[in-house]
Design a protein around this ligand. Structure first.
Ligand code: SF4
Ligand code: SF4
Length: 474
């Protein structure tokens, strides 16, 4: 009998290897049952999600009609739940000192030929001002694991610094944090520091492959890493962001693994992950993705995103600049709701772009456009670039956020916030050409706010912004 138990607090029971292998076998055996899959996809339009078995079956299916249905269903759910707003963010690398030995990351402790650095509070200020001058309002801080160089006190101090900087009309209003798995006590401290989402990628759910990829350092402990989200939730953080690094392991296995993880969080804490990230391995110093032999082709990758959208309809899906403009353009149609823009993936990279000889970027950026260019591109695609941070600031986190999406209130909240924050961006940071197109988009989109009172309020706030007022939110 399988050891699987979605409510267990033990990694190897809520992510059961046996249950994943059973699921993959079931999917393989039932991949031609197109009639059942049509019914599954029809039912999925109610936005109640899919079981991981149903999702695995869909991923396995090669029937072109089903594949088309997967994309159209994903698009329908994406539009229903999120409308056409795309939330913008940027990563901020604080330190690349790390004692772990991850085989896919250039910051691994054994790599002696990258330049190591850690930002001082003064340097963080400069980076944040550079980010504010681009128009960013939402950051994800990133740093390697090092008990003496990057202790929790450094992380907390840096968060305080970031929130404290008000430059011109700029402000960082939400700091998401991506740090190594830690204790409940440290998660409490992060919660008290006012972080947005706590993000931690699982990398791979396959224990054996995980242990191969993490030969040294604290991260080599599979159970401690996999149970991190439980400790984060126990520490009071109810917005957690999961992710696997596609390309490290057989993608089908990790696809089921991440859905099992989401189910575990939902079943145990009443709230699934706030976001799921979908990074794929990219080249970097000392890293050649081909060595890992698990590359995920573009067509499969798109199906993974679309089925995730259908399977966990209330979870944001994040795509970084690891992916090309073309892939990001397709992904936002079928599931991705949050993207980064103008990213630099090296420590101190916003003030001074890294020099080639430093080799210090965590991965090669594929989409090298500036934030302004990404915003302009989204507007041309009739998507609303959103700099909104309202939910977390209004205390709508965890299950309170989920119930908002479930009640279909996004059009009355997300869209108005997107329009107001876009206007702010257009006034303060955009080129004249982008501003003109963006204002036209706002005028068109106002009619899509269903609630008349909300529409009137937003219209008023948009006018107030012409008088120099800022930071309106619902
Ligand atoms: Fe360190 Fe994270 Fe890179 Fe691993 S992935 S080497 S923990 S920075
Ligand atoms: Fe996100 Fe809430 Fe803003 Fe919508 S209203 S973009 S869910 S913070």
């Amino acid at each position: 009998m399988s050891n699987y138990n979605s409510k267990s607090l033990k990694a190897e029971e809520f992510i059961s290897d046996e249950e994943i292998l059973e699921t993959l076998k079931f999917a393989e055996e039932n991949k031609d049952d197109t009639e059942t899959m049509k019914k599954i996809l029809e039912r999925a339009r109610d936005c109640k999600g899919l079981t991981y078995r149903e999702a695995a079956q869909l991923l396995e299916c090669e029937d072109p009609e089903i594949q088309e249905l997967i994309f159209s269903t994903a698009k329908y759910i994406k539009e229903r739940n999120y409308g056409n707003r795309i939330v913008m963010f940027a990563p901020l690398y604080l330190s690349n000192y790390c004692i772990n030995g991850c085989r896919y990351c250039p910051y691994h402790g054994q790599n002696k030929h990258i330049r190591r650095s850690k930002l001082t509070q003064e340097e963080i200020k400069k980076e944040v001002i550079a980010l504010q001058d681009m128009g960013h309002k939402r950051l994800a801080i990133e740093l390697g694991e090092h008990p003496t160089i990057n202790p929790i006190e450094y992380v907390l101090e840096s968060i305080e610094t970031i929130y404290s900087i008000k430059h011109k009309n700029g402000a960082i209003r939400r700091v998401n944090v991506n740090i190594a798995a830690t204790t409940v006590e440290n998660y409490k401290k992060l919660h008290d520091a006012g972080i947005g989402t706590y993000i931690l990628f699982q990398e791979t759910y396959n224990k054996k492959q995980y242990e191969f990829l993490h030969p040294t350092g604290p991260k080599s402990d599979y159970a401690y890493h996999t149970e991190a989200m439980d400790r984060a939730m126990q520490g009071g953080i109810d917005d957690v962001g999961c992710g696997v690094l596609f390309g490290l392991n057989l993608y089908k296995y990790d696809f089921v693994g991440i859905l099992m993880h989401a189910k575990h969080l939902e079943d145990t804490y009443g709230c699934g992950p706030h976001t799921i990230s979908v990074p794929r391995v990219r080249p970097a110093d000392d890293i050649n993705p081909d060595d890992l032999k698990n590359g995920v082709p573009d067509d499969v990758f798109k199906r993974i995103i679309a089925i995730l959208r259908i399977a966990v309809p209330y979870t944001g899906i994040i795509m970084s600049t690891r992916e090309s403009e073309e892939m990001r353009g397709e992904a936002i149609e079928i599931g991705v709701s949050q993207i980064s823009g103008g990213s630099r993936t090296s420590v101190g990279g916003y003030v001074e772009e890294e020099k080639e000889e430093d080799n210090s970027a965590q991965f090669d950026v594929n989409d090298r456009r500036t934030l302004g260019e990404v915003v302009d591109w989204l507007i041309d695609k009739d998507h609303v670039p959103s700099f909104c941070t309202a939910c977390y600031r209004a205390g709508r986190t965890g299950d309170r956020f989920m119930s908002l999406v479930k009640k279909g209130q996004i059009a009355n909240i997300c869209l108005p916030n997107a329009l107001m924050t876009l206007k702010e961006y257009l006034e303060d940071y955009a080129s004249e050409e982008t501003k003109e197109k963006g204002l036209a988009l706002i005028r068109r989109q106002l009619d899509n706010i269903p609630n008349e009172k909300v529409r009137d309020l937003v219209t008023q706030h948009l006018e107030d912004m012409d008088q120099g007022m800022r930071d309106f939110r619902l």
